[in-house]
Ligand binder design. Structure first.
Ligand code: SER
Length: 582
């Protein structure tokens, strides 16, 4: 076997497919650009879905890249030899071009001739078929032929070199539907007899729509191979963490650890490296969506730092090495280095405070009754910000389990109901009456519209609005609902303006003048000859400028925290957002 660095393997892969008439495409960011159905890109094919369903790709029908991916489902598995949350997936695609035989041949040629893998150690699986979908005999034939060309008489059957398996093993598609089909996985036999999957050719001939499989009408190939795993095989080491991808990061973690719990060390390596990539792609820690995953990764790493008795603050040091490791591939890591390090460290510090307070309470609870209920876990979460995953982990370490975990959810619902009643009581009590809340929501609607125009473009205007003391509602023209990334962006813009404390002022001007200044104003016909122009921020350069009759608050800092609570479709091309102030 050739000895290659991970970068060399990556380069060789892309070069090999370029030599075979594929065009290289860049890796998309981890946060999907047009697909709100998943939080993160979890396979190389995800950004290509439109092209796998028939849209022509500008670069042609043969593509290749190495795509950064994140699989949230694997967070709890990290620590063993092969699991990681972020990784690169080598991918080559045929968009209605070559099919099974050429795909399998190219894959084997790359592994054997370019990387020097031993053909005798290569094994394959194929789809065995089921009612309505035949066994994948074309792939079986392709495998038999390629093995034969290397003088291997490959048998087909259970436990044989070519093994037909069922849907669970050999069918691939996104859980949300779309293009899918039978696949053929490639395994490599390690010296210890273990079989490691090093690649997968998916033959996309079907479309999953409304729960049914229909013919896709075209035939695509979607090959994906984990660069991290492949590097483990090529570098002949036992785990991904010993490859040159992770080794320097692991060494640093070992250096600062005060004991040798390998699982914890690997978790820190994986999670901090993942955090640098996620922050690089524009996410910051928060309570929801991508921000929550980022928060969970950083906090989990910090937790394991405690298990290793690492002194107080350590993520910056580890993240620095992680950035050094990947800056050849992602120069933007180096460009944003200080920003990334600061975000991660800030989260570490915040979490340290939370842990300190929460742990004390947890110990007290345990001392009192030697077990914890779902309700206790909720109290820890609600009152002290102590995440339920952490409570579960601590219990697991002590060989305990949360009793009646379902009570966590019940307590959460009860809590929400209680806070609703107490806030309606608050209105009655005069702390903030309902007309005051409506005024807040009027102002928040202006902020939301301005933020939407920043994120989606100047074509956005207010098609309709409705305000109650509990929420605002805004209708605006757009083909798609906001993606999770756009939701975060819009919320962040609005919350930043709220925090800045911008003054709100108005002037009365003629309708003509107003429409000149605010060409996107809707409902202009309902105003009289003179109208009010509302400025949020300085008049020379306002954050928002709208024609409106008010009423509004006088400073944005009166508003509290803004959050998008719901999105809906209303008629063709119109989307509705509901949002609340907390
Ligand atoms: N999409 C397939 C996978 O993730 C192959 O790229 O395995």
């Amino acid at each position: 076997m050739k000895h290659l660095t991970y970068k060399e393997i990556r380069d060789k892969y892309i070069q090999f497919f370029k030599d075979n008439n594929h065009k290289e495409i860049p890796s998309s960011p981890l946060v999907p650009e047009d697909d709100p159905s998943v939080l993160f890109v979890n396979a190389g094919m995800l950004p290509l879905v439109p092209f796998l369903t028939g849209t022509t790709h500008p670069k042609g029908p043969r593509l290749v890249n190495s795509q950064r991916c994140l699989r949230t489902g694997d967070i709890d598995e990290v620590g063993d030899n092969f699991h990681c949350t972020t990784f690169e997936m080598l991918g080559n695609w045929s968009l209605n071009d070559y099919f099974k035989k050429e795909a399998i041949t190219l894959t084997v040629k790359f592994f054997v001739e370019e990387l020097g893998l031993d053909i005798n150690k290569i094994y394959a699986t194929v789809f065995e078929g089921e009612k309505g979908i035949p066994q994948d005999n074309e792939s079986i034939g392709a495998w038999e032929e390629i093995f034969k060309s290397y003088d291997i008489d490959a048998k087909v059957g259970k436990g044989e070199r070519i093994e037909p398996l069922n849907r669970e093993e050999n069918w691939w598609g996104l859980p949300t539907g779309g293009p899918c089909g039978p696949d053929s996985e490639i395994f490599y036999k390690l010296d210890n007899g273990e079989l490691v999957e090093i690649g997968n050719n998916v033959f996309m001939e079907y479309l999953l729509e409304d729960g049914k499989y229909k013919p896709l009408g075209i035939h695509n190939v979607d090959f994906g191979g984990g660069l991290d795993r492949l590097t483990t095989v090529i570098q002949e080491v036992d785990s991904i963490f010993q490859t040159d991808i992770y080794k320097p990061i692991l060494e640093k973690v070992k250096e600062i650890s005060n004991n040798d719990i390998l699982e914890s060390q690997r978790i820190i390596v994986d999670h901090i490296k993942a955090a640098t990539w996620i922050v690089m792609d524009g996410v910051i820690p928060s309570k929801s969506q991508q921000g929550y995953i980022l928060r969970r990764l950083i906090r989990r790493a910090v937790r394991h730092g405690k298990k290793l008795n690492i002194g107080d603050i350590f993520t910056r040091e580890i993240a620095t090495i992680a950035i050094d490791q990947f800056k050849v591939i992602y120069p933007q890591l180096e460009d944003q280095k200080e920003y990334i390090l600061n975000i991660i460290e800030k989260e570490e510090k915040a979490f340290n405070n939370t842990i300190k307070k929460g742990l004390k309470i947890l110990e007290k609870m345990l001392k009192k009754k030697s077990q914890l209920t779902g309700e206790d876990a909720f109290t820890l979460y609600e009152t002290y910000g102590f995440p339920i995953e952490l409570t579960k982990e601590i219990l697991k370490e002590r060989k305990l389990k949360l009793t009646s975990p379902e009570d966590f959810d019940k307590a959460e619902v009860r809590h929400q109901e209680k806070s609703r009643t107490s806030s309606s009581g608050m209105f009655k009590g005069g702390l903030a009456d309902s007309s005051e809340m409506s005024t807040h929501y009027h102002t928040a609607t202006h902020l939301l519209l301005a933020a939407l125009r920043q994120v989606l473009g100047e074509q956005v205007y207010q098609k309709g609005s409705n305000i109650t003391p509990e929420r605002l509602r805004l209708d605006y023209p757009n083909d798609n609902k906001l993606t999770p990334e756009q939701i975060t962006k819009v919320e962040n813009i609005v919350n930043e303006v709220i925090e800045k404390g911008l003054e709100i002022s108005f002037e009365e001007v003629s309708k003509e003048k107003a429409l000149e200044l605010v060409p996107f104003a809707a409902f202009s016909e309902k105003y009289g000859d003179t109208v009010k122009l509302y400025y949020i921020g300085p008049k020379e350069n306002p954050f928002s400028l709208e024609i409106c009759n008010g009423p509004h608050v006088s400073n944005t800092n009166e508003l509290g925290k803004f959050k998008i609570s719901k999105q809906e479709n209303v008629g063709a091309g119109t989307k509705r957002i509901k949002a609340i102030l907390q």
